[in-house]
Write a protein that binds this ligand. Structure first.
Ligand code: GRF
Length: 204
């Protein structure tokens, strides 16, 4: 399975995917920030990348669209990509774009998820892999990992503890998609040949 990964910054989820390549291959990285440290990771693993500045969103999406038509990926993974794709762009790649988000969606779409969960005195926290649709952090949820919030957690410690869980969640989800144990059929998502109604819960 051919993957194109979109990033904006650090790229630790990209690195987790690159290290796990076997049933899938990261064929290209698209990044909206020329200074993103994640680009060094692409270089380290010898993966081609393209920087597309997102100042003019329409132009950026035209460029990304053209590139994707050439690359012909089976799956597009948004891994810390901090721009919202337009409804039109997303509809061109229906059922082909997934995102990793640091909260138990539908709770806390958007930014500052760790702090918002702490402010709300949540006890359980986690991350979600979901298909991307026209809504911010919307779209069919595929899988989640969960962890318990500790009384001394700060947004930083929570983010840090979640990150290694995120990496495993993303890799496992992509592996299952590559092996066709997660797949779409007639606009319905299946996992192990049963319609997926509740998120798959995968913890470390
Ligand atoms: C991760 O927490 C991911 O869930 C969120 O942005 C962060 C990206 O981290 N969407 P990295 O760039 O993969 O290290």
């Amino acid at each position: 399975m051919r993957l194109v990964v979109f990033i904006s910054g650090r790229g630790s989820n990209l690195k987790a995917l690159l290290k796990a390549q076997e049933d899938f291959e990261v064929v290209h990285v698209i990044c909206n920030q020329a200074t993103a440290s994640g680009l060094a990771i692409a270089e380290e693993f010898d993966v081609d990348y393209t920087v597309i500045p997102w100042k003019d969103k329409t132009q950026a999406e035209i460029t990304a669209h053209k590139l994707l038509l050439q690359l012909q990926p089976d799956l597009i993974v948004l891994a810390g990509f901090m721009r919202v794709l337009s409804a039109q762009f997303v509809s061109e790649f229906n059922h082909q774009i997934i995102n990793i988000h640091p909260s138990l969606l539908p709770l806390y779409p958007g930014l500052d998820t760790h702090q918002r969960a702490l402010d709300d005195k949540q006890k359980i926290y986690g991350a979600t892999v979901h298909f991307v649709d026209h809504q911010l952090d919307g779209g069919q949820i595929i899988s989640q990992c969960r962890l318990t919030i500790q009384s001394n957690d700060t947004a930083e410690t929570l983010a840090q503890r979640l990150l290694s869980n995120e990496h495993q969640l993303l890799v496992k989800t992509v592996q299952h998609m590559a092996n066709h144990t997660i797949y779409w059929h007639n606009d319905r998502l299946y996992y192990n040949d049963k319609p997926l109604i509740e998120p798959i819960i995968w913890n470390q």
